[in-house]
Design a protein around this ligand. Structure first.
Ligand code: HEM
Length: 531
């Protein structure tokens, strides 16, 4: 009897092992509808380890590009994960088709334990929030807002240009990655919170360094936070920290810093005193008003931090505000750094750009004669300058600030991509890094050629614009692209109207292989010379 029971247990155990092998190896490798799709690595048919390794070792974007070049427009990256490198099969179907985001965003971009517009995965929750904010981010609003006008004048004439002038006078190189990140933070935060509550990182080097150090020192641990949160939690139960305590402390410091600014904006708006245009916290005020209108009972929406919710929606708004200015300084700071890197070695192109800029009415000349008023050219005229636009577009193409994957999930109905039937719930994504390097759309893709945005035929230009993905596309496209373009174009315009630039020295300028990316070497030293 005992022998028979033992035998039965053995058979049951054997059966379970076989079932597990079938479920986790044989089925995904041979019977899953994804099994016919070319795999990035042979183990990808049944294991996610290869793609996790590639991601952890920061080779993902470059590897995906090479594999698409070898295998075509669709790749299997893991048992339940795909990459697509195509406008028609990828950007159009996945992003314009509105496939929802996955937990990648929640794990990485949730602040104050409270979801925000960027990290929301629920489509209805997201579109409600987006509707509240899109008006103040529209191009017409940004370019006609009195706050933008006052802030742009102060940013250029009181902050950035005096620093360039000093560099020119003393022949002193400026480290631009940090300075441009600071300027980009100010460019956005002075719109978000007004001139005095927004940052002044351009001039205040100490606060800038503190913020950027806290922000970027967490980078080596982002992989674990984003891609292996369950493993992090599992080890934490046994007191083993994969992500060191100082990473959480840095996040807490940044959150407290941001919350203080939100609290000040809240006091300003609730005091009911008249606020000058330059001081108006445009984005904060808009979200505050819209949430109060949408939820008149002023209930807490999604924050678990109810006990310190001292005024309505304190953490819901702070979570968005934090996310938006973090999105601004890193992406625009990296892009401006690469613009200077490319221009500084091309004096003839600087000259052409200056000729274009001098035709503005009035040009952004500096210094301004004592006693005379600063008049800015029409923002739309700056926005419409063809060479300036081409320089920014080409920099965003080659040195794309968000080169990494933008993961989505296939819908409940499933879908057909590149001729393959894909079931629901599959992780699927495109990479701007790979899309921007398609030689059929962007000939000589590794060469920085702004003229491609000016001299291409109308049909070719339309095709390039379809494949250009620096700001993403569809319902989750970047909401800040207009303010980012305004701020970047004005920095370049004011600089090259008055100065020429030459490179003093730099570190490795190749792109970090990550979701967001700047230069690996982390420094670009440039000298400016007054024209
Ligand atoms: C050069 C500057 C910028 C670049 C290259 C950039 C790029 C992007 C990209 C590629 C996405 C899509 C990400 C994804 O779906 O995974 C995105 C989304 C987003 N960006 Fe930007 N961004 C820039 C500036 C800004 C600024 C200034 C803001 C400030 C508001 C901002 C706020 C956002 C937000 C909130 C989203 C999420 C939109 C949503 O989910 O509906 N970005 N950005």
């Amino acid at each position: 009897m005992a022998v028979a029971a033992g035998l039965l247990s053995l058979i049951a155990l054997f059966g379970s092992v076989l079932a597990l092998i079938f479920r986790f190896i044989i089925h995904p490798a041979f019977f899953s509808p994804l099994s016919k799709i070319p795999a990035g690595h042979w183990t990808a048919h049944f294991s996610p380890l290869w793609i996790l390794y590639i991601r952890w070792s920061q080779q993902e974007n470059a590897t995906i590009l090479q594999l698409h070049e070898k295998y075509g427009e669709i790749l299997r990256l893991g048992p339940n994960e795909l990459s697509v490198n195509s406008y028609k099969e990828g950007l159009k179907k996945i992003y314009l088709g509105g496939f929802p985001k996955n937990d990648f965003y929640k794990n990485r971009f949730t602040n104050y334990e409270t979801t925000n517009m960027f990290s929301m995965t629920n489509s209805k929750e997201h579109s409600d929030r987006k509707r509240m904010l899109s008006h103040v981010y529209s191009k017409s609003y940004v370019l006609t807002s009195p706050t933008t006008k006052a802030a742009t004048k102060a940013l250029l004439y009181d902050r950035l240009l005096p620093i360039l002038e000093e560099s020119s006078r003393e022949n002193k190189p400026l480290e631009l990655l940090e300075l441009m990140s600071g300027y980009s933070m100010d460019g956005f935060m002075t719109y978000q919170f007004g001139l005095s509550l927004g940052t002044n990182f351009t001039q205040n080097a100490e606060e800038r360094k503190w913020y950027l150090t806290q922000f970027f020192k967490r980078r080596p641990y982002l992989f674990f936070i984003t891609d292996t949160p369950r493993i992090v939690e599992f080890f934490a139960r046994f007191g083993i920290r994969i992500v060191p305590k100082w990473v959480d402390e840095a996040t807490d410091d940044l959150e407290s810093w941001q919350l203080k600014i939100c609290d000040k904006a809240e006091s300003m708006l609730s005091s009911n005193e008249k606020i000058q245009d330059a001081e108006y916290p445009v984005i904060y005020a808009q979200e505050r008003l819209a949430l109060r209108k949408a939820y008149p009972k002023m209930s807490v929406l999604n924050t678990p931090r109810k006990s310190t919710q001292t005024y309505p929606f304190r953490y819901e708004i702070a979570s968005d505000m934090y996310d938006h200015n973090a999105a601004a300084h890193e992406t625009s700071g990296d892009t401006l750094t690469y613009v200077h890197y490319e221009l500084a070695s091309r004096p003839a192109l600087q000259q052409l750009l200056r000729e274009e800029l001098m035709a503005l009415d009035p040009p952004l000349l500096y210094p301004v004669e004592a006693g005379s008023e600063i008049v800015l050219p029409d923002f739309k005229a700056v926005d419409g300058l063809p060479l300036l636009d081409a320089i920014v577009m080409e920099t965003l193409r080659l040195w794309v600030a968000v080169p990494g994957r933008q993961p989505r999930v296939t819908p409940d109905t499933g879908c057909t991509i590149a001729g393959y039937d894909i079931p629901p719930g599959v992780l699927i994504q495109c990479y701007a890094y790979a899309l921007h390097r398609n030689p059929e759309v962007f000939p000589e893709p590794e060469v920085w050629k702004p003229e491609r945005w000016i001299k291409s035929s109308p049909e070719h230009l339309a095709e390039m614009k379809r494949w250009f993905w620096a700001f993403g596309s569809g319902g989750r496209m970047c909401i800040g692209n207009n303010i980012a373009m305004h701020s970047m174009k004005h920095a370049i315009a004011a600089t090259y109207t008055n100065y020429t630039s030459t490179i003093h020295e730099h570190g490795d300028m190749s792109l970090v292989d990550g979701f967001t990316a700047g230069p690996k070497g982390n420094r670009l030293n440039v000298v400016f010379h007054h024209v």
